[in-house]
Design a binder for this molecule. Structure first.
Ligand code: IPE
Ligand code: IPE
Ligand code: MG
Length: 253
């Protein structure tokens, strides 16, 4: 069982460096189309942006970085695009794990992994094992992930663990369910970033985003890097996180 997540803080935390940043990496296709390139060229370039961003976040002292790489809805795309995305995932796992180890980064992959081909599943497990003891930053890749799937699988896992809950549903609590969410190894995200100009969640971490600060940028994901990250972090520092309280209460807390 993974560590239990931090509950929504009782006291607002002063906005500084977010502990957990979650990013919807969007706009690869449009980045490529603008350049008259095939969409998959944007995905390839997007992998480079992942590398740069992981390093930049680790330098900023962010403890948890979660990247949305493939949604449960992305299977609806043309088969050849899906297949290129799977190839890129495989290549990235083959190439990057050594560097993750060198940089002290622990890798976790969340989502319905069992839908992937055997080789990819094996690479995921190996990469997780080989980086399991790293402590500088946890990089979570959401792959074949959907926020609704996550809630449903957590309910199933909870009921399986404690069948008595079926007879007494009042025993079902937010905390009990949180422990079974796919991201139970991380606190709830402090900052959500979406690139590519769309302002929507697209079935990302529905449960965990309850009190997250949102930042949207028109920058396409392949162009994302330390500069846009810095703007997002600056915006985050200016926010007042009230968690239901009044501004005056926050000031005296
Ligand atoms: C995000 O970029 C990558 C994935 C969803 C896998 P898109 O491929 O969605 O790029 P746009 O939104 O079509 O530009
Ligand atoms: C969200 O992007 C999923 C990922 C970034 C992996 P999409 O491009 O699939 O989102 P929609 O379909 O435009 O909402
Ligand atoms: Mg998109």
């Amino acid at each position: 069982m993974s560590l239990s997540p931090d509950p929504i803080p009782i006291k607002p935390t002063p906005a500084g460096v977010p502990r957990h940043v979650a990013i919807v990496m969007d706009g690869n296709g449009r980045w490529a189309t603008r350049r008259r390139l095939p969409r998959v060229a944007g995905h390839a370039k997007g992998v480079e942006a992942v590398r740069t961003t992981v390093e930049a976040c680790a330098r900023e002292g962010i403890e948890f970085l979660t990247l949305f790489a493939f949604s449960s809805e992305n299977w609806r795309r043309p088969a050849d695009e899906v297949s290129v995305l799977m190839r890129l995932f495989i290549t990235a796992l083959e190439r990057e794990v050594t560097q993750l180890r060198a940089n002290g980064i622990r890798l976790r992959v969340v989502g319905q992994i069992d839908a992937f081909e055997g080789r990819l599943q094996r690479l995921i497990r190996e990469a997780e094992q080989r980086t399991a003891n790293n402590t500088r930053m946890t990089l979570t890749i959401a792959a074949n992930y959907g926020g609704r799937w996550d809630i449903v699988q957590a309910v199933r896992a909870l009921v399986e663990e404690r069948p008595e809950l079926v007879r007494d549903p009042s025993l079902v609590t937010e905390d009990a369910l949180s422990r079974h969410m796919a991201l139970a190894h991380a606190p709830e995200p402090d900052l959500f970033i979406r690139t590519g100009g769309e302002q929507r969640i697209s079935n990302f971490m529905l449960w965990q985003l309850a009190y997250t600060e949102f930042y949207f940028t028109d920058t396409f994901w392949p162009d994302f890097g330390p500069e846009v990250l810095a703007s997002a972090l600056a915006s985050y520092r200016d926010r007042e996180r009230r968690f239901g309280r009044t501004s005056a209460q926050v000031a005296t807390a």
